[in-house]
Design a protein around this ligand. Sequence first.
Ligand code: HEM
Ligand SMILES: *[C@@H]1O[C@H](CO)[C@@H](O)[C@H](O)[C@H]1NC(C)=O
Length: 358
Amino acid sequence: MNSIIPTALLTLLALVNFGQACIDKSIYYEIDNEIEKIASSINAEEQLVHFYGGIVRLAAHDFMDYDQNSDTSFGSDGCIDWNHEVNKGLETIWCTSCPLTKLYRKKYSFISKADFWIASANAVIRQLSKNQSFDLANTFLWGRKDATTCKGSGNRIPLATGTCQDVEDTMLDAMGLEWRDAVALLGAHTIGKGHEAVRSPFERHDGYWMPTVADSLRFDKQYYEELILRTWRARNSGTDLEDFTASTEETHEHPQIMLKSDVCLLYNSDSNYPCCSKTHRFRNGRNQCDVEQVLSKKKCRRYSNRDTRMQAVNAVLEYLGGSSPNDNQGPFYRAFNTAWYKATTNGHDNLKPLRRMC
Ligand code: HEM
Ligand SMILES: *[C@@H]1O[C@H](CO)[C@@H](O)[C@H](O)[C@H]1NC(C)=O
């Protein structure tokens, strides 16, 4: 019966009944459906990667500005600091002519942008997950209110060259998460990509976290596999674009990257950047730390057993799901669900769960 009654009428009924807009399962899955429709209209795979990745990043940047120790706590409130450099790249996801924005204006402006961005990110994650089965609906809550301004919120989000100290400041101290949550959330870098370089490959953090475009369209535990498997060598060292790359001319479609805030979840790379994660690997007689731009053959340090960041290392190992190769997404998905729930509800009380019908 749900499908016969037009959404507009349902919305009107919901408004009449409760005096406020409500999100039920049919609206939630309809948003999922609409996102899928937009995605299927995008032909260029690179663009599709950015469309999907950008939506998840948008929701994350909305919640990553939460600070439990501040009077202006921000968090998921439909507001990000558009002028701040950390949000560059999102202007092609949320803008007047952007498909996602148009969808919101046309059909869903009765709910908050904050709720809409999270529902949209959940849709992306489900669609790109194994068997399309990773459904965050069970922990989805709605009823967030949008803020019209959130000046200064961009300062709370780690820069692209940020370290594990920045992850700790933002995700542990300000957002109140644990290392295992931070590590799970950063696993979202398994989808999406860095900005396309406009002039030179070093202009921005150019590249994909995954070795192929197809891999960047799967929301799975591959981020952790790449982290542990590859030879990550420092790139752009000494510039304001410091990061890591694993690219070799022969095997990669695009540059493959990890940020300093990714590599430091497994190695104590904050303490001796620039470094390389595996210094004894050779290919065609050449050290893998020493291809293309040679930056460092210095080995990235390990954390000592007493270091609290061993919690991050242990989380990486846990999310690998056992000895590889294996297809056990469970540990990553469960941890991501927990972390995503905490991050998206931070600072809110009175949020409501999805019901079958409003
Ligand atoms: C330490 C925290 C983080 C840092 C430093 C960081 C940094 C970055 C950077 C530099 C990019 C490339 C942006 C561009 O050039 O267009 C990016 C992309 C992305 N980030 Fe993060 N990020 C962080 C946390 C997160 C979290 C918590 C999530 C989600 C749970 C996330 C999801 C994504 C996604 C999906 C993309 C791809 C965007 C696209 O394809 O357009 N990031 N991130
Ligand atoms: C996906 O489906 C296969 C085959 O039915 C199953 O073995 C596997 O556990 C599923 N994976 C997830 C993460 O749902």
